[in-house]
Design a protein around this ligand. Sequence first.
Ligand code: SF4
Length: 335
Amino acid sequence: MNQTQYAASSPSLSVHELSQYQYCPRAGLLAHEALFDEAGEDWPKIRLSYLPKYNLAEIERWISVVTIVLVGVIVATGVALGWVLLATLLAKPGAVGFGWWVFGSAFLASLGVLYLIVMLVRRRREALGTKPREPEFTSEEPVSIHWWELRAAGYQPRSPPKFDDEELLNLHGKPWVVLVRGDHWIPVLRMRGDSETIHTNHILRLAAYRYLIEVNTHYETPYGLVLLPNSLKAKAVPASALGQAELKTVIADFRQLIDSRRAPEPPTRQSLCDKCFFGLPHRYVMNRSETYSEGQPLPPLTVKVAGKYWHSKCGDRFRWHTPPTRKFADLAEPS
Ligand code: SF4
């Protein structure tokens, strides 16, 4: 069977499923059988809880908007103070109380808005004050780089389309963002949690995105980027570490597992289950399933802990009562 025939006769895999498989084969199957597809992670949209930090134009726009808001709340504070003075002169205690309430609220709001401006100005200063630098690789090891160093070197962030490759590997996926400069498209991942260690599943994801970018756009990916958790610091992984051989082997192994319909063994390291989304305890709700296999809902496999019934997606799918996660153990220990 050649590669094209193999791809055509096999289900399309997402990069997310592949990296879950690399993490734990059970997690790969659960991700593959879930009833949602990889939508990718969107470039942040403007919302109240979001302050821009990756895009200088956005930071500057926010500084303008927040400055106007600050002027508004300062005016409101002054008006409220005038109201209090007037109401005091007119001996209207109810109006005085209301005036103080408005004054206090507006004063607190102005402090909050001032804090936002300080944060944004610091981000703007960091963005403008960083010198351009590009990663220099002497081996396949990741090297440290800062987001603003790359931006200063001329890379522009862009929200990429969802890439598809139905011809050869039958793979699809969408990196969080790509940094674009000339013929270079750099896929960017963001790490979650608090560990700054680059694991094999990060490398695999970058290799898959590199493959998808080069097949779909014909641009080059000389390296991939992993942003460290809650940080603008990053690790650049050279293209030499993002080869296709390992990617193809993992895809072939994963497809073989899917076709075999066998249940793989859980990992021997409990720490993997501890950090795994599929091992999280969920409260049992009667007649409701949250786990699907081959399009069919699976009955939850419950366990009684501290007087309540719980289940997990991994437990439901692989029929073991509780994956040995710390979170299940914590339920039994009242805090
Ligand atoms: S809970 Fe453990 S066995 Fe289950 S998918 Fe996660 S890592 Fe794998």
